[in-house]
Design a protein around this ligand. Structure first.
Ligand code: AVJ
Length: 322
């Protein structure tokens, strides 16, 4: 049995503390908002997996198709010894990358990074068992806070897939890329996935699917707050809203109380009164253009080296160097 090394930078207690802070800052006064990272408890992660299989949600399939075709080129361009994966996913994309790096003969170490410890350790174990000789070091950490904890040495490839960068505001991306730049060295590379600007109708459908899986995913954040902070949200009393913001070029998910709602959050000493229709913003999911990506990366000291899209041009995968 290959035991992954697990390094903890976040205890369950740290997580509840930062949830409390985020909920207080986001809900105490309007305009109300919650950061999307709190969707992903066990049920939320399952719902997200279900989203990735929906007809309307093309993102995951498109990215996988590009990776299938280009993994060999990624390995050749990067010559990576260490694959660091920020926000470790369900593993199919990971395997495509690991297989390509192993075939190229450079692979030595895999470092998955995620805030969800249980999920991460289970995934790291499976990978360790499937790739004998691969050193696996899992980091329970928040990629917005603990970039200094990334292990150094060897040529590193940092993968940030799934268009997760789209959940950050432009300012958030700037500090995230800046933070990465300050811990990476010449020869290290980024592998990034970006959902691209397209027909708003398709975007809205992708975030408001016919079966209502995304709506359940969205409401799940209220269940997390009920469980962790003793709140009494009635999730069914909130409607799922998905809108395209044409100016900012991002999708927004919101929760809209159908009638007026009173909610108490005892752990925060908060009593909230929602007017009918007073929405909580729960996620932004920015859509990108090649010029914009290039400019944002350049400002943080990264040079775009490869840019690939799927045949319809829905999604892009790119390699950037220091
Ligand atoms: C995992 C952040 C890429 O923004 O598309 C899916 C999450 N939200 N459906 C995205 C999500 C609604 C997803 N990311």
């Amino acid at each position: 049995m290959h035991r992954p090394v697990v390094e903890h930078h976040l205890t369950p207690d740290d997580l509840v503390k930062s949830l409390r802070r985020d909920v207080y800052d986001g809900l105490a006064a309007p305009p109300r908002s919650l950061p999307p990272k709190w969707f992903y408890d066990e049920r939320g992660s399952e719902l997200f997996e279900e989203i990735t299989r929906l007809e309307e949600y093309y993102l995951t399939r498109a990215e996988k198709a590009i990776l299938c075709e280009r993994a060999g080129e990624v390995a050749a361009v990067t010559g990576a010894e260490t694959l660091i994966e920020l926000g470790a996913g369900s593993g199919e994309k990971t395997r495509l990358l690991l297989d390509a790096l192993r075939a190229a003969g450079t692979l030595r170490r895999y470092v998955p990074v995620d805030v969800s410890g249980d999920f991460l350790v289970a995934a790291a174990r499976r990978i360790g068992a499937e790739y004998p000789g691969l050193a696996v070091r899992a980091l329970v950490a928040d990629f917005e806070r603990h970039l200094d904890a990334l292990p150094g040495g060897g040529r590193r490839l940092v993968a940030f897939l799934g268009s997760t960068a789209g959940n950050l505001t432009p300012g958030g991306r700037r500090s995230f890329y800046g933070g990465l730049r300050s811990v990476l060295e010449p020869g290290d590379r980024l592998l990034l996935g970006f959902d691209l600007v397209k027909d708003p109708e398709r975007l809205v459908a992708a975030y408001d699917d016919a079966r209502g899986v995304t709506a359940e995913f969205n409401r799940n954040v209220l269940r997390v707050i009920n469980r962790e902070l003793g709140a009494d949200f009635v999730p069914e009393a909130f409607e799922h809203v998905a809108v395209w913001d044409a100016g900012a070029e991002w999708m927004e998910m919101r929760l809209r109380p159908v009638d007026g709602q009173r909610v108490s959050i005892p752990e925060l000493d908060l009593e909230l009164a929602f007017a009918p229709g007073e929405e909580i913003r729960t996620e932004i999911s920015a859509k990108f253009r090649p010029e914009g990506v290039r400019a944002e990366l350049a400002r943080s000291g990264f040079a775009l080296e490869r840019w690939w899209t799927d045949p319809p041009g829905d999604f892009a995968l790119c390699v950037a160097g220091v």
